[in-house]
Design a protein around this ligand. Structure first.
Ligand code: ZN
Length: 111
């Protein structure tokens, strides 16, 4: 992997949530531009990050949706620049970043 070819993060939303929980432990925040969790190495937002974000934004679902949508935009940019051919599709990234959030649609079966 050519590290010098990594895209420079833009000035979009800064991924600073969820906070470390419990305090003093590594926070489940993304490493940019790879968008892997600093704490557990899973694709971000990892299961723990989703749990902590849900709790942290429990009374502010619009704020969580805006935060996730902004990071979706940033991640799409970063990951496409890293590998435009074999990286995750926009649909996969939407499901990963936004689809699990507070304004997702319910599962609809075939008509
Ligand atoms: Zn994690």
């Amino acid at each position: 992997m050519n590290v010098a070819a990594f895209p420079v993060p833009r000035l979009g939303p800064h991924p600073d949530r969820p906070r470390a929980c419990p305090p003093g432990q590594p926070a489940h925040l993304p490493i940019r531009p790879l968008w892997l969790c600093r704490a557990c190495g899973s694709p971000w937002p990892c299961a723990q990050a989703r749990l902590l974000l849900t709790a942290e934004y429990a009374d502010r679902p619009v704020d969580l949706a805006v935060y996730l949508s902004g990071l979706y935009h940033e991640a799409t940019h970063d990951l496409f620049r890293l590998d435009p051919h074999a990286g995750p599709t926009p649909r996969e990234l939407f499901d990963r970043f936004v689809g699990w959030g507070p304004y997702r649609r319910g599962v609809v079966g075939p008509a």
